[in-house]
Write a protein that binds this ligand. Structure first.
Ligand SMILES: O=c1ccn([C@@H]2O[C@H](COP(=O)(O)OP(=O)(O)O[C@H]3O[C@H](CO)[C@@H](O)[C@H](O)[C@H]3O)[C@@H](O)[C@H]2O)c(=O)[nH]1
Length: 385
């Protein structure tokens, strides 16, 4: 393999092959590859995930996809529980990734110099230690979500079994407007044993070992929390836009009876249109960022994970959005939220606040902006590690 022979460093990129995770990892890998042409990347994910992220066998220059086994037993049939394939994958993943990396090294003839991983793959920190190479992680959600996962023990110490969901998180700096109810599942409540919750629980131990953490956000957004993360970890780097624009394989077929997906509604572009007055969203981190860069206040109907935390942060800390009253789409709750945002003084203030944040977000990606400078630093660390 020509590219490998001439490369200065070989980076193994380890993907979490579920949901929207592999695409932002590939996007940041592409940016790194463009910025540092002497690096070569082996991108390891399951066959199914690689088929989506590298459609039609597309090879990206100096990024070579490799398949790892999905861990599913022979004859496995999906019965509708989304946790099941994740559980199988994670059980087999440490050994699978090791085996796959042996294949990568044998096929390319180039030893691995660094691991770049989805932060969900906590066990890969041990693989990096075994290989004696740096471990770098991509965090695809917001800084506040990372903060609660790396401070889980501290939060558990402060929330007793008799505390209510309304207990304020005032024992964490800049979290006093949030309460226990806004925490993601698995921190003090919910299904601790579910596979994703169990892996998030490991972040507290592994994140401090990262040589660098690349995060999909902007430096000025949630600045106080970003500064707390920076003071705790080496090279916590907000590198801006890293998201995915492709839908998972089979998504259109699976959802055809539930909704309509059209190719002419790219969310980011729609949110940039001056006619859009409000964005009704589930509160995924990318949607929050895209609403900010569109300057559009949000109405939230969160479902799981970090979405409740994002909702309350936008509503109570940043002040440019609202959660639906009762947390559900009822006629009353929806009309009330629309009225506040579209035709009240409070809504006007929200638009003013989000306009300020929009400007800061664009500033971050200007030449010499913070995301650009942070990305340069990431390239430098990777190239010299
Ligand atoms: O009609 C649509 C709908 C969505 N999108 C795009 O799809 C992405 C959706 O991303 P996000 O808002 O982050 O939602 P999820 O895909 O649900 O994100 C998962 O991953 C996020 C980052 O880790 C978490 O914050 C979420 O809770 C988790 O559900 C965005 O870039 C949208 O622009 C479109 O282009 N068109």
């Amino acid at each position: 393999m020509k590219n490998y022979k001439n490369a200065s460093k070989h980076i193994a990129v380890l993907a979490f092959p579920f949901g929207t995770h592999a695409t932002p990892l590939l996007n940041i890998t592409r940016r790194l590859s463009e910025a540092a042409p002497s690096l070569v990347f082996s991108f390891l994910s399951t066959e199914q995930s690689n088929a989506v992220t590298f459609p039609n066998g597309e090879k990206v220059d100096k990024i070579q996809p490799f398949n790892v086994w999905d861990g599913l037993p022979e004859g496995f049939r999906f019965k509708g529980d989304p946790h099941e394939p994740v559980e199988y994958f994670l059980k087999a993943a440490p050994e699978n990734f090791m085996k796959a990396m042996d294949v990568v090294v044998a096929e390319t003839g180039k030893p691995i110099d660094c691991l770049l991983v989805d932060a969900f793959l906590w066990f890969s920190v041990d693989i990096a230690a075994d290989l004696n190479v740096p471990w770098m992680a991509l965090w695809t959600a917001g800084p506040r979500a990372l903060y609660v996962h790396v401070d889980t023990s501290f939060i558990r110490q402060h929330v007793g079994i008799n505390d209510t969901l309304e207990k304020p998180l005032d024992f964490i700096e800049d979290f006093s407007s949030l309460s226990v109810a806004d925490l993601p599942d698995g921190i003090v409540n919910g299904k601790f044993e579910a596979p994703v919750q169990a892996l998030l629980d490991k972040l507290e131990q592994v994140i401090p070992q990262a040589t660098a953490i690349a995060a999909n956000s902007y430096e000025y957004l949630d600045n106080q929390v970003v500064n707390m993360l920076k003071s705790r970890f080496r090279n916590f780097l907000n590198v801006g836009e890293t998201h995915r624009k492709k839908l998972p394989e089979g998504f259109l077929e699976r959802t055809s009876l539930k909704g309509k997906i059209v190719p002419w509604a790219p969310q980011q572009k729609v949110l940039q249109h001056e006619a859009v007055g409000v964005f009704v969203t589930h509160g995924g981190w990318n949607s929050v960022l895209e609403s900010i860069t569109g300057g559009v206040p949000m109405i939230f109907r969160p479902f799981f994970g970090d979405q409740g935390l994002n909702t309350k942060t936008v509503e109570a800390v940043w002040g440019f959005g609202l959660g639906l009253e009762g947390g559900m789409f009822t006629k009353e709750a929806t009309v009330k939220a629309l009225k506040v945002i579209l035709s009240s003084d409070e809504g006007k203030k929200m638009r003013e606040k989000i306009a300020v944040q929009k400007e800061l977000a664009f500033k971050a990606v200007e030449p010499n902006g913070s995301s650009v400078e942070n990305f340069k630093k990431l390239v430098e660390i990777m190239s010299s590690s």
